[in-house]
Design a protein around this ligand. Structure first.
Ligand code: LMR
Length: 396
């Protein structure tokens, strides 16, 4: 039977890691997959996570099943973190499910939407994360795009974005990157978010917000502000939250899907669907990461330490942005200040796939074919080489 299968194209992001690992050049620089790296180029286990993990291992008395919607403590604490003080007033409207990573939350949300409205249209930004369309577009929803980013004059095509959304029929689903847009790093301003929320509410669109980098743009509250604003504007929405990056627990696969509906009865029905869908997809999500998150967020000392380390990581990324922008501007003789003003792990250089190949072959710089770079892969030690290699690629 397997002879009917044809070869799949390589994953544009994960294949970069494989190629990077296979290169034995001491000069290679990994600007690929979105993981945080410290000044030694390592992706560390965060202090609070390490402590919580050790305590859990010492105390855990069973490994029996939890449930299809996972660790309810983790779900509630993460939702409080996302919705902030608005959470208390919306408890009755919430349906929550813990998922295998933010990707699991995106998939579970798409499955829920397909159950509620089969074949509905779901719009993603142009461009968007390389895995959005595969994850969201294979459940039966119809995927389309809305204009978002202008690579020629790095910035949001805001009027075109807003006009496009304003022309959609009610019930259209809109995927919005809540902060740290992937792959461009170009976020909406608070004023632009207000305008988007007004259009979404007025047209009766359903926002599906992807919050994969909470805390890694500015800080926890400012990064969640778009979600809080939207939650106040619309009766129904979905939020896919990832704990991978901000807790550094990538391989533990921990995320939460938040469904906000109007009223307790609707919320109870929605929770039932989330449990049933999860049961058919993965039966139950892995617990280890969720148990860590619950512990870190519920114990004040661990929580404080986690927040301190997270804000150090964010400041470091933003410092590297400024440094890279300065070095690129100097190497190119043109202004790359926009890289310093963007947020999150990524920016996207104006490079074709051929130029990305040149950067890899000639300068050992590894990035996906769309020219996205992981800023956390830059360091004070390699920034001159990275800037020179990127500018050589732009000119090649
Ligand atoms: C990325 O965009 O690099 C990360 O979200 C990792 C992934 O799974 O693609």
């Amino acid at each position: 039977m397997f002879e009917t299968l044809v070869r799949v194209p390589p994953d544009p992001i994960l294949s970069v890691s494989a190629a990077f690992q296979a290169d034995d050049s001491p000069d290679k620089v990994d600007l690929g997959v979105g993981v945080y790296k410290d000044e030694h180029g390592k992706t560390p286990v965060m202090r609070a996570v390490r402590t919580a993990e050790q305590e859990l291992l010492a105390e855990q008395s069973t490994k029996t099943y939890v449930s299809p919607i996972g660790n309810t403590g983790c779900n509630t604490l993460m939702t409080e973190l996302v919705l902030g003080s608005d959470h208390a007033g919306r408890k009755a409207d919430l349906s929550l499910a813990q998922t295998p990573g933010g990707s699991g939350a995106l998939r579970l949300g798409a499955e829920l939407l397909q159950s509620a409205r089969p074949g509905a249209t779901i719009l993603v930004s142009d461009p968007t994360w390389a895995n959005h369309i595969p994850l969201l577009g294979t459940v039966g929803l119809k995927v389309d795009r809305y204009p978002y980013y202008d690579p020629q004059h790095p910035g949001v095509l805001f009027d075109r974005m807003l006009g496009h959304l304003d022309a959609q029929p009610a019930g259209t689903i809109v995927v919005l990157h809540a902060c740290c847009h992937n792959p461009t790093g170009q976020d909406l301003t608070p004023a632009q978010w207000s305008e988007v929320a007004s259009v979404v509410a007025r047209r009766g669109l359903l926002p599906f917000m992807d919050l994969a980098y909470l805390g890694l743009g500015e800080d926890l509250d400012r990064d969640a502000a778009s979600v809080r604003l939207m939650a106040r504007a619309v009766p129904e929405m979905l939020v896919a939250v990832s704990c991978s990056k901000n807790f550094g627990i990538y391989r533990e696969r921990t995320g939460v899907l938040i469904a906000l509906g109007a009223g307790a009865e609707r919320a109870a029905i929605t929770t039932g669907h989330l449990g049933r869908l999860a049961r058919t997809l993965w039966s139950m999500p892995p617990d280890h990461g969720a148990a860590i998150v619950q512990r870190v967020l519920s114990q004040p000392a661990l929580r404080q330490d986690w927040m301190t380390e997270l804000s150090h990581m964010t400041r470091r990324i933003n410092g590297l942005r400024a440094l890279l922008a300065e070095k690129l501007s100097a190497a190119a003789g043109t202004d790359y200040g926009w890289i310093g003003a963007q947020r999150g792990m990524f920016s996207r250089l104006p490079l074709s796939a051929t130029q990305v190949g040149f950067a890899r072959e000639q300068h050992r710089l590894y990035m996906p074919p769309d020219g996205r770079i992981n800023i956390a892969g830059v360091s004070p030690a390699n920034v001159d080489r990275v800037a020179a290699g990127l500018i050589a690629a732009v000119r090649s």
